[in-house]
Design a protein around this ligand. Structure first.
Ligand code: AOF
Ligand code: ZN
Length: 372
């Protein structure tokens, strides 16, 4: 577990193993369908890792099953570190709580509880009824960050929203009429593509779709097969059939949120070209975003990353719908005329807390999370 000083107290040891299980769970984030990406470590009484598991591509088998299979007989008397409460329901396989009991696990340490009605507390109860010691809430916040999409979709019945912004040193996001303007370098670009691959859906406003003609796919070696859905917020149905977003659909899923009465025949034309049309309402001149986020969740999309533009960002912020901000700040000033970002590192809206900051080559990356 790294080269740090040897952990001695129980709480610290627990945190270290849980941190490793959370890192492991990230490996399949975005690839487990509507199932959360869970991580499991099986640790022997002597503190040796004898099994590791992460929810498989597509969502099955579950993490615990994978880790127990690797541990085999070594699971007897061991401690299982699981980032989510083990399931208690009969799905395509028997409950993980039962599998842990049958394997002779002595102790289970968990991060987050599972809000799925079929589990919600029943997993812990099953384990305890079998005489297994259960500790919960270890690094719960970190684990919830990884499973944010699943937890939001299940708990709140709406998409978890991450706003991605790239701003210049003077707080600008681009120049009017110049399309995609490079603000950050290639390392930051690769970082964005990797984050896209972990997200269920990527959204842009129609203004950005028209100005930049983006594809919003992940173009990193090894991740080309990862296709998050793309969503265009397009109240009046203005997305042209020749846009790259349409040309790449339906191989890469494309959803267009539009007011049906306004889009008229264009909605049918987009549908005929492979787009899924989501009927939306207007509220005060803009698209009614809360209902839209609920609609996306009902379609199984838990995490949404919004990549622009300023207007959509502003609307989501005004409605209090942004859960997390991924902010890239480039080293150059754009000067004027330029489009001002609704936020910068220095002018972060109230309620957001800095949870990560690092340099990606010449650019600075920050993660800000809203406290609920
Ligand atoms: C676990 N370990 O690795 C995951 C769990 O459709 P099913 O049968 O796979 O069940 C989906 C539910 O299983 C999902 O809603 C969540 O409650 C749980 N996911 N549970 O014990 C895992 N991915
Ligand atoms: Zn399970």
């Amino acid at each position: 577990l790294g080269a740090g000083p040897r952990a001695t107290d129980v709480g610290e040891i627990e945190s270290r193993f849980m941190a490793a299980a959370i890192r492991l769970s990230r490996r399949n984030l975005g690839r487990t369908g509507t199932n959360p990406a869970v991580g499991t470590l099986i640790v022997s009484p002597k503190g040796r890792i004898v099994g590791t598991g992460v929810t498989a591509h597509g969502g099955r088998p579950h993490a615990e099953t994978v880790a127990l299979a690797e541990a085999g007989e070594a699971a007897r008397g061991a401690t299982a570190y699981v980032t989510l409460e083990p399931c208690a329901h009969h799905g395509r396989t028997p409950p993980c709580a039962q599998a842990l009991i049958d394997a002779g696990i002595a102790r289970v340490v968990c991060a987050a509880s599972d809000p799925d009605g079929r589990v919600a507390g029943k997993g812990f109860a099953m384990l305890e009824a079998a005489g297994i010691a259960v500790t919960t809430g270890v690094l719960a916040g970190e684990a919830a960050g990884v499973m944010a999409g699943y937890l939001s979709r299940t708990f709140r019945r709406r998409c978890h929203v991450t706003l991605k912004m790239a701003v210049s040193a003077d707080g600008m996001i681009g120049r009017p009429g110049e399309g995609q303007f490079p603000i950050t370098g290639s390392i930051a670009r690769g970082h964005v593509h990797a984050l896209r691959a972990q997200t269920d859906a990527i959204g842009v406003g129609i203004g950005t779709a028209l100005a930049d003609d983006p594809q919003l796919t992940c173009r990193l070696p090894g991740l080309e097969q990862r296709f998050p859905a793309r969503i265009v917020f397009d109240g009046a149905g203005r997305l042209p059939l020749g846009a790259k977003l349409v040309k790449t659909a339906p191989a890469v899923p494309l959803l267009v949120a539009t007011v049906l009465e306004e889009a008229g025949a264009r909605a049918a034309a987009l549908r005929a070209n492979g787009a899924v049309i989501i009927g939306a309402e207007r509220a005060g001149g803009r698209l009614a975003l809360p209902e839209l986020l609920e609609d996306l969740a009902a379609r199984g999309l838990g995490s949404l990353m919004v990549e622009g533009g300023a207007e959509v960002a502003q609307s989501l912020l005004a409605d209090g719908l942004v859960d997390r901000i991924w902010l890239y700040t480039g080293p150059h000033r754009l000067g004027t005329p330029a489009i001002r970002s609704p936020l910068t590192s220095e002018t972060m809206p109230e309620g957001f807390r800095l949870t990560d900051r690092r340099m990606l080559g010449p650019d600075r990356f920050e993660e800000w999370v809203r406290d609920n």
